[in-house]
Write a protein that binds this ligand. Structure first.
Ligand SMILES: Nc1ncnc2c1ncn2[C@@H]1O[C@H](COP(=O)(O)OP(=O)(O)OP(=O)(O)O)[C@@H](O)[C@H]1O
Length: 473
């Protein structure tokens, strides 16, 4: 008997779904709001959750990542509005197991329920326990719901031989996750071989991947084993797989199907038993549609797909990441461990991190080194570019008049002011705006404002007075 939770604000839906669940021999509970649903999911061990999208206290899809992280890691079936293909697509992309349309027949609901429970049984048998197997995380830091969902997929993928495709922006940890799949698999004792598809010279792709015999081409003075053979028994990681030339894609597809290949210039075929993990920051589906990537290869690569979130979407992890890397770089540079002030963390959390964790790590390293023996890191220790962007984004969120309207040089009567007068007015307005924003960002705290702006206290007070700004403005 499974335990099923139904989250829907309509009493009739709850009752009929509960009836279907009970008729199939399961125990059911209902919650009429998202908050109540989450509370129940966190206090009891549910196997399956039927979740309505439109709820009085929010959108069900937004709750989905937190629900999947409830102690029993339930599988979720979304209930979408009738004939809403967009809702169905969103549901699946958000990590739901399946979706049903509201108002579909009891038979269809029962079928979805049976399939979901069968899948769950299989998953739990594979992992050997309720929820995730103890995962060797390597040095993967963070516990945000979106990162934990990715770790769950690593655990599932590691227990199978399926091809894994890891997608994500640059610096999100694709290689780190690929290594985690390998380290947690039964191939962990063997090689993890990295192929950087972006740097393969087109003329040498085949020989680098499949090796070559002595004399196979000019310059091939001795036979060389290719990367595919090197990965025998282990894992082959195709990094930046979207850059693999079409000819190499074709050759690779054959290797994947037959697990055999012929080194360049060799009469013999070689066998290699490897597990494939690939990564990309490109949209392979779009590339397959435009003919730039083979769809049959894409199909083989993507039995399990892990979508790594960009750092800006999991700012919950920033404190832990900062702590980890601050300690690491202090130790590496022979410095005592450092503390940090709240504005330091607030600035790290407000920045958008276009280079993701790689940029984050470099920033922490630079900051730790530049602070030398200072025991506490302040926002001012961070690179100016980062602080400026954070201040700008706060300012950008306000509704400001367009600059030309604000500083129009032509007066109402059509006359132009003298350039120096105009410049002074614009300068004074800009300075006043900056100071107002500075005080807002630093929450009227003078020492924070001084650190952010680089102004001395006396200069800041003088400027605030000149512009008749008070600390509360
Ligand atoms: N969750 C994480 N916790 C700690 N460190 C991480 C995490 N994710 C990534 N890193 C670190 O960030 C750096 C970049 O990670 P990685 O090289 O795996 O990213 P990538 O997505 O493969 O980048 P690219 O697309 O540029 O190849 C590495 O030093 C890695 O150890």
């Amino acid at each position: 008997m499974a335990k099923i939770l139904i989250i829907d604000d309509e009493e009739t839906v709850c009752d009929s779904m509960a009836l279907i669940g009970r008729r199939s021999g399961h125990e059911t509970s209902c919650a009429r709001t998202l908050a109540a649903g989450l509370e129940l999911a966190n206090s009891e061990e549910f196997d399956l959750v039927f979740l309505d999208v439109r709820m009085p206290d929010g959108n069900g899809l937004e709750l989905l990542p937190r629900l999947t992280q409830a102690p029993s890691r339930p599988d979720i079936i979304i209930m979408t509005g009738y004939g809403d293909p967009r809702g169905a697509e969103l549901a699946i992309n958000s990590g739901a197991w399946d979706y049903i349309e509201k108002g579909c027949s009891a038979k269809d609901i029962t079928l979805t329920l049976v399939r979901a429970l069968e899948y769950r049984k299989q998953k739990l048998t594979l992992t050997g326990a309720r929820g995730v197997v103890a995962l060797k995380r390597e040095s993967i830091i963070g516990n945000s719901p979106s990162l934990t969902t990715c770790l769950d997929l690593v655990a599932c993928a590691a227990g199978s031989e399926a091809g894994v495709l890891i997608m994500g922006e640059t610096g999100t940890g694709k290689e780190l996750f690929a290594r985690a799949v390998h380290q947690n698999s039964k191939r962990a004792e063997k090689q993890f071989v990295v192929v950087d598809c972006a740097s393969l010279p087109e003329t040498l792709v085949e020989s680098i991947l499949f090796g070559h015999d002595k004399g196979a081409f000019t310059g091939a003075e001795r036979a060389r084993e290719g990367l595919v053979a090197e990965a025998h028994g282990g894992t082959l990681f195709l990094d930046e797989v979207g850059e693999l030339p079409l000819a190499a894609q074709k050759a690779f597809l054959r290797v994947l199907q037959e697990r055999r290949f012929r080194p360049v210039g060799s009469p013999r075929e070689i066998e290699s038993d490897f597990r494939l993990v690939a990564a990309t920051n490109r949209d392979l589906n779009a590339m397959a549609q435009s003919g730039e990537f083979r769809s049959d290869l894409l199909f083989r690569l993507s039995s399990v797909v892990i979508n790594l979130p960009p750092l800006r979407e999991r700012s919950d992890d920033i404190k832990e990441l900062a702590r980890y890397y601050m300690d690491k770089f202090c130790e590496r540079n022979g410095l005592s461990p450092k503390g940090s002030c709240p504005e330091f963390m607030a600035t790290l959390m407000a920045y958008i991190w276009p280079g993701n964790i790689r940029e984050f790590i470099n920033t922490i390293e630079r900051t730790v080194i530049s602070a030398r023996e200072e025991p506490v890191l302040f926002a001012q220790h961070l690179p100016t570019g980062i602080r400026a962007q954070v201040v700008q984004s706060v300012v950008g969120h306000r509704t400001m008049p367009a600059p030309e309207a604000q500083y129009a040089p032509v007066g109402a009567g059509g006359e132009l002011p003298r350039l120096n007068d105009f410049r002074e007015t614009v300068y004074a307005k800009a300075e006043k705006q900056y100071l107002a924003d500075l005080m807002s960002v630093s929450r009227n705290d003078i020492s924070t404002a001084c650190r952010l702006s680089g102004l001395s206290q006396s200069r800041l007070y003088a400027l605030l007075k000149t512009h008749e700004l008070h600390r509360s403005q």
